[in-house]
Each structure stands twice: as structure tokens, then as C-alpha cells.
Design a binder for this molecule. Structure first.
Ligand code: SF4
Ligand code: SF4
Length: 564
């Protein structure tokens, strides 16, 4: 977003849409040092808007025809996005940006184009709480028809999720935990493309993989698959029509890209973009190495072993040395990520071998997982041991699995009996520490976890005894409430509209917490006009999205007197 905002600095910016969203967009632009020239709106009743200590005129759209198009950027700040975009196109005014507040999910927002087998999907299969029935659309006769259908269906999906039409396409989404409010700013281009081609072709026979056991995925079927060619045609169509963002990420998930039919076509078509290649590492592919070097791409290899014997046991092939050698070659070009799927009794004693490999590759970080069909009880102890050894060697990791923190808690309560603890010399507290604090069940939980840590660290920076209150927060803010509870820091007035919260707490609170970017300015104005001090407002929204360490104080200089 910052890049887009920076690109506006030397252009004449006009906002199309003078309603509530227009005002929010105006503040966002002013905050980022961009002053729009004026508004346009199809509604002739609004003539002026006040914001940023000045008055902006609201004109009919026809005035845009007098502007120098080469120097003009129109930002649609209206809920009638589709209609206005068509209107702008019809007026011959070129591409525009949009600014909208909508309910949807990360995948819809990043405009994931997920090619999977014979269909396009909207979200990643591992990220929708086992909601396998996610929105999907079959390939149509031509690349053009398929892509246009996808884009149109995506808009309909957003409309349905935002109560603008009856639920049809969005049926699989309505109870999805990924849904939330987004403050969107940018263009409408595809930002993530995920390529997953089945029938799958892969030389390995990993003991935890279901791919090669499916008769559909035999080599004969897979090597004649025409899907990679169709996908290439669709990507080329998108490129030709300027529908892919320059910073688009291409994700190659199984099948094995290095031996995929038509792989050269596919790799050539995507050669200009950053990519994540999931590969078994058996084959060194120069085009992948090139992408590591030129585009900052990375490869992810599930090595799952630290010795030749274990490798053969897990992967079904005697290619340990060759794979490690290929990883060294790839490492020479760029980023290599290693994943270790911990399999109790199979590869959990290879820890020293894998640590040596990580050191030889100069990699300090590893993705961990475990086979989720395995009973948790069997899996836990090897995981704890593994994790401890990594830590002793100064290596960090992220742990992905399909269990929620809540499930882990229940599990520890139920199964970690005194006998079990004695048997493994593990104490429940230690297990809790590893699994509650370091066990990451999925991307969304990971984000909540990071958010929790950041908010926790933020709160710890205040002097003991500082009194906090929440202003006008929504259901998602249970995260904040629980973080305060865990820290034992009292929090006043949760879950009331911000004006009621402020009035109820203004005599008793030092710091007011708000987690709603869109409303921050409204709340600030309200607090100031009611005799309050805006410096006591702490906007924690950015922590949720940014994933960045706390920077807020250096940016906003809030409430210095309460800091340690
Ligand atoms: S099922 Fe969930 S993650 Fe998938 S597109 Fe719908 S809202 Fe997004
Ligand atoms: S390398 Fe991947 S796709 Fe191939 S058998 Fe192993 S897990 Fe399955």
C-alpha cells in the first residue's frame, strides 16, 4: 500500500465518491502526505466536503474530461465500485485505484487465483478450517472465458458477503472464520497465483503422502496432463490484459514442478514474478535457480530426515545425497526453506543430522510439522525433544499443524497424566510452554499469536499501574481482552460503542485502546471534542495487520508520560 501511496505523490488525485467512504479515504490520503485536488460524485446534492482543515469541492464527473489524463489518478471511494469503474472506462479515463471497506478474507483480498486440477479456487485448501467446499469454478472452453468468469464471480462473491445480493456463490464462506472487515486500498489486479496440478506427477513416495496412492495420479495420467498448458494460457491472457500486479506472488504447490509436463512453458510465463516453489529437490532446475536469484523467490523442500537411511524410509528413494547436493546448489542462488515433518519413531532421532545440514546450508530457520493422522499423544514427546534441540543450537522454527490452541489445551489436560509425565520426564508446564506458545496451528492462528505477542509487549512498555480502556471494539477484539487477562492487567469498558466507552472510562483510564483503523480519526475527534487528549489513544490496529515489531511510539509519540 505504501508503494501505491508514494506513487500518487506527483499526480493529480481525484476521489470519486463523496460519501462516508470518501471521507475516510480523504483522511487516509492526508495522513500519508497526499492532498486530493477535489471530489467527483454522481450525486449532485453534495457540493463540498470538509477535511484536513480545508474545503474540497465535489464536482460532477464530467469535469474529469478536462484533466490531463497522463497526470491524473482517480480513486474510487464509493460502494458502487463496479458501476463507477465501468463509467470511468467509458469516459476513456484509464485505470483507477479503489478504496473500500468490505467484509471478506485474505484470499479474496489478495485476489488469489488458485489453479487446482480442473478448476479455479478462491482460497488455499489448508486455510479454510477444513471447509473443503470453498468457492470454485470449472475451467471453461478458453482461457479468456475462464478468467473473465472468475473475475466476475469474485465481484459477486464480495457483493454477497457484503449483503448486497442473495447468498449463492458465497455459501461456503458464510461461516468461515477467515472473514473480517478490510480497509482496502489499491488496484484490482491479481496478487497471488497458486498453481497446483493434479493428476500429480512426483517421483517420491513419501510415507505420509496420499498423492501417489491415488490411481488418478499415476505417471501415465500425469505426464499427459494438459492442465499446465491451460494454466499457462490463462496466465498469458492475464499478462496481455494487464491484470496481474507487478508484485504478484506465484505459488507452485504439488505436483512436482521440475518434472511437470509443459513446465518450461509455465516457468517461462511466470519468470518475471517472485515465486515460492514447493519441490522434492531431486532435480536441479536452472529456471528455478534463476528465479531465486533474479526475483527473490524461494524453494521449500520437505527433507524430513537427516540421514540417508531415514530419507529412504520416508521418501521411498535413495536420493539423500543428491537432494542435499541440489539444495546446496540452489542455496548458492538464493533462499532455501527446509521443512521437517516429524514422524514419531521414524525420523525423530535424526535431529543431529538435520541440524548439520541446516548449518552447512547456512539456514537458521526451519518449518516444522507433524503427520496429523498420527495420534497427538504419540507425536508430542518427539516434538518437544526436537524443538528443544533446535533451540539449543540457536535455530528457530515455525510449527504448523492442524490443531487449535484450545484443542492443545484440552489435550494436555486429558492425556498428560502423571504417568506420562514421569515416563518422558516432561512436566505439564513445559509442554504447555512449547505447545501453547510455540505451536502454530495455521496462518490465522499464527497471525493472532503474533498479534497477541505484539500487544503483550506493547502493554509491558507502559508503567505499572497505567489504566487502560477499550473504545468501541468488535468481536475480534477478544484477542485484546484475553491478552490483558493473561497479563493480569485490568481493562475497562470492553465492547461498548466508542462514545459510551469513552464517557464511562474518561475519569478512570489513562490510555484508550482502539482497534479500528477506519474509525481512528472519528474517535480521536470525538475524544478531543469532549475534553480528552488524543495522545492517550493507542491505535493497535496496525499490529494486527503489519506483523512488524512495535513501532507505534516512535511514529505517534503517544502518552510518553506513561511509558517506562
Ligand atoms: S471459504 Fe473462507 S477462506 Fe475461502 S474464500 Fe471463503 S471466506 Fe475466504
Ligand atoms: S514429494 Fe510431495 S507430492 Fe511427492 S510423494 Fe512426497 S509429499 Fe507427495
Amino acid at each position: 500500500m505504501k508503494k501505491i501511496l508514494d506513487s500518487l505523490k506527483n499526480l493529480k488525485v481525484v476521489l470519486f465518491g463523496a460519501g462516508g467512504n470518501g471521507r475516510i479515504t480523504l483522511e487516509k490520503l492526508i495522513d500519508n502526505g497526499i492532498t486530493p485536488s477535489y471530489f467527483v460524485d454522481n450525486n449532485r446534492d453534495i457540493t463540498n466536503i470538509f477535511g484536513g482543515r480545508r474545503i474540497f469541492s465535489v464536482n460532477p464527473p464530467e469535469v474529469l474530461l478536462n484533466e490531463d489524463k497522463s497526470n491524473l489518478k482517480i480513486i474510487i471511494s464509493s460502494d458502487w465500485y463496479e458501476e463507477i469503474e465501468a463509467q470511468i472506462k467509458e469516459m476513456g479515463l484509464g485505470e483507477c485505484l479503489f478504496s473500500r471497506n468490505i467484509k471478506c478474507c485474505d484470499w479474496i483480498i489478495h485476489i488469489l487465483l488458485g489453479f487446482q486440477d480442473d478448476k479455479i479456487v478462491f482460497c488455499c485448501e489448508s486455510s479454510s478450517d477444513f471447509n473443503w467446499d470453498r468457492p470454485k469454478f470449472p475451467y471453461l472452453d478458453t482461457a479468456e472465458e475462464t478468467i473473465l468468469n472468475f473475475l466476475q464471480k469474485r465481484e459477486t462473491l464480495i457483493e454477497e458477503l457484503n449483503n448486497k445480493s442473495d447468498i449463492d456463490i458465497a455459501k461456503p464462506c458464510i461461516n468461515c472464520t477467515r472473514l473480517r472487515e478490510y480497509d482496502l486500498f489499491g488496484d484490482n489486479k491479481i496478487k497471488t497465483i497458486s498453481v497446483s496440478c493434479y493428476p500429480s506427477i512426483c517421483q517420491a513416495k513419501c510415507i505420509y503422502c496420499g498423492v501417489y496412492t491415488n490411481p488418478q495420479n499415476n505417471f501415465e495420467n500425469a505426464k499427459h496432463s494438459h492442465y499446465p498448458k491451460m494454466i499457462t494460457e490463462m496466465i498469458l491472457y492475464l499478462q496481455k490484459n494487464n491484470l496481474i500486479a507487478d508484485n504478484c506472488l506465484i505459488i507452485f504447490t504439488p505436483a512436482e514442478i521440475t518434472i511437470m509436463p509443459h513446465k518450461d512453458l509455465l516457468l517461462d510465463a511466470t519468470a518475471g514474478y517472485r515465486a515460492q516453489f514447493t519441490t522434492n529437490g531431486f532435480v536441479f532446475e536452472p529456471k528455478i535457480a534463476d528465479s531465486l536469484k533474479k526475483n527473490g523467490s524461494d524453494i521449500l523442500v520437505s527433507l524430513d530426515s537427516g540421514t540417508r537411511t531415514t530419507f529412504k524410509l520416508v521418501k521411498g528413494l535413495d536420493l539423500f545425497e543428491k537432494t542435499v547436493d541440489n539444495l546446496k546448489r540452489y542455496r548458492h542462488y538464493g533462499k532455501v526453506k527446509i521443512k521437517y515433518n516429524i514422524l514419531s519413531g521414524v525420523n525423530d532421532s535424526d535431529i543431529d543430522g538435520i541440524i548439520d545440514i541446516l548449518k552447512a546450508l547456512n539456514i537458521s530457520y526451519m518449518n516444522l510439522s507433524f503427520e496429523y493422522h498420527m495420534p497427538l499423544r504419540t507425536a508430542f514427546y518427539p516434538i518437544v525433544k526436537f524443538v528443544n534441540r533446535l533451540k539449543e543450537n540457536g535455530l528457530s522454527f515455525a510449527f504448523y499443524a492442524y490443531y487449535s490452541v484450545h484443542q492443545i489445551d484440552n489435550f494436555i489436560e486429558r492425556y498428560f497424566t502423571a504417568e506420562y509425565q514421569n515416563e518422558y520426564e516432561q512436566k505439564n508446564d513445559h509442554l504447555r510452554e512449547v505447545f501453547r506458545n510455540e505451536f502454530i496451528n495455521d496462518y490465522e492462528t499464527y497471525k493472532q499469536y503474533v498479534y497477541h505477542i505484539e500487544i503483550r509487549d506493547l502493554i509491558k512498555r507502559f508503567k505499572k499501574g497505567t489504566r487502560f480502556a477499550l473504545l468501541g471494539l468488535a468481536s475480534l477484539d477478544n484477542n485484546i481482552i484475553s491478552t490483558f487477562q493473561k497479563l493480569g492487567v485490568p481493562l475497562l469498558t470492553p465492547n461498548l460503542p466508542y462514545n459510551e466507552s469513552y464517557n464511562a472510562a474518561k475519569e478512570n483510564a489513562d490510555i484508550f485502546i482502539i482497534r479500528n483503523k477506519a474509525k481512528f480519526h472519528d474517535v480521536k475527534a470525538y475524544v478531543e471534542s469532549n475534553g480528552g487528549d488524543g495522545k492517550r489513544l493507542l491505535d493497535v490496529e496496525k499490529y494486527y495487520y503489519s506483523f512488524e515489531p512495535a513501532k507505534l511510539f516512535s511514529e505517534r509519540n503517544i502518552a510518553e508520560e506513561y511509558l517506562k
